[in-house]
Write a protein that binds this ligand. Structure first.
Ligand code: 5GP
Length: 206
């Protein structure tokens, strides 16, 4: 049953924390959950498809879209531009669907400023050193890029307190983190203010 605008979930945290894998697992469990595909100017990695993992744009195309207010937020990350397409997010929420996205930390905070009702979830590995191991294991970045991502990660960790939830992705037990994310999504539906005055009035008088 669709009852009003959908909920917006923002999963963020440092690169290598496992955002991609966990959000994918969550989407398999919750097929009605919509996913906001970001735009980026970075090159596709092996196995990444345009329109599915990202909209891969040239810098010119990205900048043109940005100039037309096409992004809810955008950031330069490690030399590439990343942005959240505005239309899809606004339309999907207005249609009553819940939506999940996974920007880096500054992007998450910008989304919260635009949608104060958004639920911000910070995802961390159980040990910072696991970030490096994960980035090395996926073999998609050069050593320099990995070093830069770890530097950014250190900065990003300083923003934990601005988030609503903290989920720890324990090495070798990612199913627990998927369960925890799922619990957050589930519980958020039952916050009193989500019911709206009309529904609450009816419940009070029933
Ligand atoms: P990657 O190159 O590993 O796919 O992404 C690099 C970083 O950019 C990750 O932390 C990822 O969460 C973030 N990112 C992906 N899409 C967006 C977006 O639309 N906006 C922002 N601000 N960050 C994004």
């Amino acid at each position: 049953m669709i009852t009003g605008p959908g909920l917006l979930f923002v999963v963020s945290g440092p690169s290598g924390a496992g955002k991609d894998t966990l959000v994918e697992a969550l989407r398999e469990q919750l097929p009605r959950l919509r996913y906001s595909v970001s735009a980026t100017t970075r090159e596709p990695r092996a196995g990444e498809h345009d329109g599915e993992h990202y909209f891969f744009l040239t810098r010119e195309a990205f900048e043109a879209r940005r100039a037309h207010d096409g992004f809810l937020e955008w950031r330069e990350y490690n030399g590439n531009l990343y942005g959240t397409p505005r239309d899809f997010v606004e339309r999907t929420l207005a249609e009553g669907y819940d939506l999940i996205m996974k920007p880096e930390v500054n992007g998450a905070l910008a989304i919260k400023a635009a949608f104060p009702d958004a639920v911000l979830i910070f995802l961390v590995p159980d040990r910072f050193s696991h970030l490096r191991e994960r980035l090395l294991a996926r073999r998609t970045e050069t050593n320099e890029e990995i070093a830069r991502r770890l530097e950014i990660a250190r900065e990003e960790m300083r923003f934990i307190r601005s988030f609503d939830y903290l989920v720890i992705n324990e090495q070798g037990n990612s199913q627990n983190a998927v369960r925890d994310l799922s619990a957050v999504l589930h519980a958020e539906r039952f916050r009193i203010h989500r019911f709206g005055d009309e529904s609450l009035g009816t419940i009070e008088q029933s």
